[in-house]
Design a protein around this ligand. Sequence first.
Ligand code: FES
Length: 111
Amino acid sequence: MRYAIPAADGVSIDGANEVILCRSNGEMYAFALSCPHQNTALKTMPKNAGFQCARHKSKYLPNGTFVSGRATRNMDRLQITRDGAQIVVDPDIAFESDVDPAKWAAALIKV
Ligand code: FES
């Protein structure tokens, strides 16, 4: 999938492809829409405060880091690369922070 790089911090959700895009503090991430606990769709918290799961209330920072709740890992990051003014995301390549922490940590672009 290709998306324009947003001009400002914020979140957009591509529901059809189950992708969350988040720009925060000079970095851009793509996440799987589903909560890593039991796959409920995550929701954006107001004021770029991160994400929350409606099912068991897990909370995550804008960079996907787990804060509290029943989940046992960070939000799953998708492979993301930059191509000019666009980002390219592969929704089929997800990195789990507990299985592959190095790839999870590297799955971002600087903006
Ligand atoms: S499904 Fe999200 S915390 Fe359980």
